[in-house]
Design a protein around this ligand. Sequence first.
Ligand code: TLP
Length: 345
Amino acid sequence: MNIVDLRSDTVTKPTPEMREAMAHAEVGDDVYGEDPNVNLLQEAAADKMGKAAGLFVPSGTMGNLIAVLVHCQRGDEAIMGDKGHTFSFEAGGISALGGVFPHTLQNQADGTLKLEDILGAIRPDDIHHPVSKLVILENTQNRCGGVVLSKEYTDEVGKLAHGHAMQLHVDGARIFNAAVAIKTSAKDLVHAADSVTFCLSKGLCAPVGSVLCGSREFIDKARRIRKMLGGGMRQAGILAAAGLVALDSMIDRLAEDHQHASDLANALAKMKGIHFEMGMPQTNMVFPSLGPDVKYTAAELAKKLSVEGVKVSAVAERRLRLVTHAWVDDAAVEQTLKAFEKVLA
Ligand code: TLP
């Protein structure tokens, strides 16, 4: 049976072009800064983000952690969404390893943090309080439906943060999905950010890695922290070579993933018991909710779908997440819809 894996875009595998580039990649010791492919990738990534420099890191989680550790000292506070990846899915690393205090604000349905909430969260200069140092936004905002934050909104948040001597970090794990969805450049979307992490290993299909971008001074500090965390990867050019292919040839095609997500959602919305309380997909994430007519929980339904060869995630008692990516084609969409029809019958 053909398996359709919609649990995440992290399940994507390197393309034949990537495997070819990896096989022939010239390498060097990146801890000495001597890996030519890593250096090329970092330059290309920084250019795409409109920042002065980039740093290849093993994961999005490490990229976000390093950014927080550069921007904040122990006891400082970082303002972030309560549905943000850094708050919910990074094992509390900023607190465990950096002593950084997370100040969470409610993510609105459109993925934003209200400007007045951010303003209200910034601490006055008073020895009773931690020092507010950083605001973190996520674009696309995963747990709000993979929604896109606009340039205008991000610029407003940047202005607010900078006006209070704070920095802005964007977790842009899927920033290219955001850019493709609203037909703009990633550079524009993160213009106001002091730092941004984006992932090569999700919709862009590279096997491993993310790039953290920012000013030259920021990246110099980030490089030391990456070493401290054990993220100096030596002959990482084998991975960077795949990352270069990802940046060259995998960005524009993300529109196909968005189309497949839309196709899935439109057809699922017509099935009895399925509704979209989080809204229809803007990018590659589909979050169907199960109404009272559906006799299964999301976890039970996911199990039944897997018997039909369709893997999805249960993200709440009555909500699933389906993520489209390059390995999900028209036939996979069809197989998924047939599986839903069968298990809901
Ligand atoms: N997200 C994964 C899981 O960890 C939840 C997924 O399947 O969506 N920022 C955002 C917005 C992310 O969605 C993720 C991964 C990361 C950071 C972390 O990236 P990695 O997995 O490379 O550490």
